[in-house]
Design a protein around this ligand. Structure first.
Ligand code: TUI
Length: 314
């Protein structure tokens, strides 16, 4: 049995979070993860508040366990979503792609546990001071919006900079990654890409197939020039975007290329124009299975590894 302080704090069985994947992590996936003993998270992404409200309600109708909502801070709807999580009684809010300082007080007053994604020591220190409940240290191996540092480099530095529990994210797909994260000082993990292949994940079957068939070198980062680097599968779209990015396209042309590309991947499985966000461990995901089995498998793999860890010490 693996338990840590984050289990007690949030009332969850296993210290495993599901990443707040925009357009993907809906109420159904979040409920399946929470029912499996982890923390399921509804992603607000760029969606309007009413969509987020509906997904929280769907999640709550499917589980009695705590659920989280991920707020993508670059969303045009961030102010309304920030209010809706309070109205709908979310137990946990995670944030990404920015600094959530201006919302923290209102969430804390509503008794919401705030767990920001931090990609730097400076933000970790600020969030600790402003009363976050825990931090997610997400390295650049992850899919989607990425920071500069890798998980291996980031997690111990964040642990040294805070007294809060730290959840490691980015590049974690199995029990080995889970065990390694604990060795780096984290007390739990967040996985996104592995949950793309959950049965309850409602992405287009072509997206799932691409994840299951991916190989080690199949992701790349685009979007650095506009200041929003994003890791995705190396598809026709990603190559075309990269060519434009380094071939003198204007900012407006780049924005136009990217607009709607994630939706095309998630809902239509459009291999030509879709942007299939995925982390570097996509190649380690080799089958579709229920979310609860994913969690159980990761924990059951990690247990013997952690039990045997003392054999290294002679
Ligand atoms: O947010 C994510 N992953 C995402 S968001 C997303 S939607 C999107 N689409 C296009 C462009 C950009 C985003 C897809 N995937 N992960 C959490 C994360 N947060 N990774 C890195 C960060 C981060 C970066 C800088 C968090 C804070 C931060 O601080 C900035 C500041 O102002 O201090």
């Amino acid at each position: 049995m693996i338990r840590s302080e984050i289990c007690e704090m949030l009332g969850i069985r296993y210290p495993v979070f599901q990443g707040g994947m925009a357009w993907i992590a809906d109420g159904k996936l979040a409920a399946a993860v929470s029912n499996g003993g982890g923390l399921g998270i509804v992603a607000a992404g760029n969606a309007p508040g009413e969509y987020v409200r509906e997904q929280i309600r769907i999640a709550k109708s499917l589980t009695d366990r705590p659920i989280g909502v991920n707020i993508m801070l670059m969303s045009p709807f961030v102010d309304e979503v920030a209010k809706i999580v309070v109205e709908e009684g979310a137990e946990v809010v995670t944030t990404g792609a920015g600094n959530p300082s201006k919302y923290m007080e209102a969430w804390k007053v509503a008794n919401i546990k705030v767990i920001p994604v931090v990609a730097s020591v400076a933000l970790a220190k600020l969030m600790t001071r402003l009363g976050a409940s825990a931090l997610i240290a997400e390295g650049g191996e992850s899919g989607g919006h990425v920071g500069e540092l890798t998980t291996m480099a980031l997690v111990p530095q964040i642990c040294d900079a805070t007294t809060l529990p730290v959840i490691a994210a980015g590049g974690i797909a199995d029990g080995r990654g889970f065990a390694a994260a604990l060795m780096l000082g984290a007390c739990g993990v967040q996985m996104g890409t592995r949950f793309l292949a959950a049965e309850e994940c409602t992405i287009h079957p072509i997206y799932k197939e691409k994840i299951v068939k991916a190989n080690d070198l199949c992701t790349m980062v685009t979007g650095k020039r506009l200041g929003h680097p994003v890791r995705s599968l190396r598809t026709q779209f990603a190559r075309r975007y990269s060519k434009a990015e380094y071939g003198g396209a204007s900012d407006e042309e780049l924005e136009a290329l990217a607009t709607g590309a994630l939706r095309l991947a998630v809902q239509e499985g459009d291999t030509e124009n879709g942007c299939f966000l995925a982390g570097q461990i996509a190649a380690m995901v080799d089958r579709v299975q229920p979310a609860a089995d994913i969690i159980k498998e990761v924990i059951e793999e990690a247990e013997p590894l952690l039990s045997r860890a003392s054999s290294w010490v002679k």
